[in-house]
Each structure stands twice: as structure tokens, then as C-alpha cells.
Write a new protein. Structure first.
Length: 309
């Protein structure tokens, strides 16, 4: 990272632009390490599908049963999101995974963020995977907020391996109770209002935000008195190719399971995303008046202010 005098600071995962003050660049990138980071980050679903197929058609019955029991055990046992080993894995993924694209983070008013404060970041678009959101987390070391969580589909926390890794990366289930609990504990939270449903509206070459009917995060921010922060990421939609089968039954099943309702793939049909630059723009915090039960008009007002910015 470069300071105001042009000197470099170490430890950042994404390039950071603070208008009028600072420019920061990630460390040199090893392609092999980037592939390892991305497989750890995105490969859990494919790994579990392959493992299930091996249990069904390759492994002897005893081995298959042992593997399945181990997988079930890994889901049921509480995961430690603060272990040293987990923190090291998270830093490795953020450093090499974000640097692979690379991700650029531009903060409109860096000094406006209070390290002791809690903010609600409204991140758009969701895309297949909101890669840019992880540039805001503590392992990435790009923002001055030491306590940060990303609200993620609760389905991710029922998938072996993904559950542990994403928890190390700062993800928590996207439920109202957990959202409010972390804000009360002083954590800033990143939420993508469009969510998985937004993927149904994606178009190649276009950045689509499905947020008109998604104002719940604004209400929660008001109830907790937490400033709203608008964020938009450009280039993220190009990380994967996808196909929307447009079958209502499949969409309903995917929605019920809280999973992505489209079929997607990366390089050579793998979970490795395509290498495409991403630019994340972080707006200035919008102060909100704390209201225990905000009216619809009050929610609409802050929602309109956020989207105007």
C-alpha cells in the first residue's frame, strides 16, 4: 500500500484508492497460490458433489459410510471462526484470491469511517458470487473497520468445508436475528439486498441491481442507528458464465434451498472464476436517525438517498 508520500505499506489484498490521499496495491501474485486460494474459496460444492459420487459408485460400503459420517460430523460440530489457523487461511484466500482478478477498492471518504462504529453496507450487485464484498473484510485489511461480517445465504453453512472456510472469511448466515445481533455487538455488516434472486435478472455485459422491493436492510439499519454505506462493484458479472433454464419448478426449489437459481461455471467448467478486473466503489456513510419502529415513509427516504448516491 502506498501512503500519502508514495511509500508502500504491506499486507493489503486488493488495490485501494482513497480519493485525494492514498493508493494501495496488492502484493505480487503467484498463479499457483491464486488457484489454491480460489479452490479453497469456491471449490467446496464441487468437491462435495465429487465425494458423494465416489461414495455412491467407487468406494466400498464401509469407506463410503465413514466418509459420509465424517462429513455429517463436520456440519454438526460448532465451527470456530476465530482460530489462528482459520485466520491464516482467510488472509491467504483474500490476498491471493482477490489479487487474482484483481479487485480494486475505491473509498469516497476513508476518514469518515470510525473504527469503533458499526455500519450497514448495501452491496450491489450480488452476481453469481459477490467477490468484491470480501475486500471489505478484516482479513483483506483494506478498510479501517476491524469488526466486519458478510451476510451469506444460510445454505452455505450446511455444506462441509465451505462452512468452515467461509466462517473464517467473516461470513455469517443472512438471518434477521443474526444481522441485528452483530450490529448490536459493534460489527459492521455487508448485505447484498438483491440476494440470490438477483441472479435471475442478470444479463451479459450489464450490471443489474434488483433492489426496489428490498428495503429490509434499511429498516434494520434505522432500528440499530447504524449509518448506511452504498457500495457498487463493476465487472463482477463477468467472473462466471451462466445459463438460466427459466423453469419455474427449478427456480422454486433453488429459492427454497436458498441456493443460486441458475447454472454457472468458470474456467474449463471448474469453480475457478474467469480473470476479470473488478472495481468496488464505497460511498460516504449516510447517517440515519435511530427509530425503534420506523415508518414506511422514513424507510423509503433513506432507501432513496442511498440509491441516489
Amino acid at each position: 500500500m502506498k501512503d500519502d508520500d508514495g511509500r508502500e505499506e504491506e499486507g493489503t489484498s486488493a488495490r485501494v484508492f482513497r480519493p485525494g490521499t492514498t493508493t494501495a496495491a496488492g502484493a505480487s501474485l503467484s498463479l499457483a497460490r491464486a488457484m489454491a486460494a480460489l479452490l479453497l474459496w469456491q471449490g467446496a460444492i464441487h468437491f462435495n458433489v465429487a465425494l458423494a459420487a465416489a461414495c455412491a459408485f467407487v468406494f466400498p460400503a464401509r469407506v463410503a459410510m465413514l466418509v459420509l459420517c465424517t462429513q455429517l460430523f463436520s456440519v454438526l460440530v460448532p465451527a470456530d471462526g476465530t482460530s489462528r489457523f482459520g485466520s491464516s487461511i482467510a488472509r491467504f484466500i483474500c490476498k491471493h484470491g482477490l489479487g487474482y482478478f484483481p479487485v480494486t477498492l475505491q473509498v469516497e471518504h476513508y476518514e469518515a469511517f470510525d473504527p469503533q462504529g458499526a455500519y450497514v453496507f448495501g452491496y450491489e450487485p450480488h452476481s453469481i458470487m459477490p467477490f468484491g464484498a470480501w475486500a471489505l473484510t478484516e482479513p483483506a485489511s483494506c478498510m479501517p473497520l476491524p469488526k466486519m461480517k458478510i451476510l451469506t445465504s444460510s445454505a452455505a453453512f450446511y455444506i462441509p468445508l465451505m462452512r468452515q472456510i467461509w466462517m473464517w472469511l467473516g461470513s455469517v448466515p443472512a438471518t434477521r436475528e443474526i444481522f441485528c445481533s452483530h450490529l448490536a455487538d459493534g460489527y459492521s455488516c455487508v448485505v447484498s439486498p438483491g440476494g440470490l434472486r438477483e441472479t435471475l435478472h442478470m444479463n451479459p455485459g450489464l450490471e443489474v441491481a434488483f433492489i426496489k422491493s428490498r428495503k429490509g436492510f434499511v429498516k434494520i439499519a434505522m432500528q440499530n442507528g447504524c449509518p448506511l454505506v452504498p457500495i457498487f462493484c463493476f465487472g463482477q458479472n463477468d467472473a462466471y458464465k451462466w445459463w438460466n433454464p427459466d423453469i419455474k419448478l427449478l427456480t422454486r426449489i433453488a429459492t427454497a434451498l436458498k441456493s443460486i437459481p441458475v447454472i454457472y461455471w468458470g474456467k474449463f467448467g471448474t469453480p475457478i472464476p474467469y480473470r476479470t478486473p473488478m472495481h468496488v466503489f464505497v460511498g460516504k456513510p449516510i447517517p440515519v436517525e435511530k427509530r425503534g419502529q420506523p415508518t414506511k415513509n422514513e424507510v423509503w427516504y433513506y432507501f432513496a438517498v442511498k440509491n441516489k448516491i
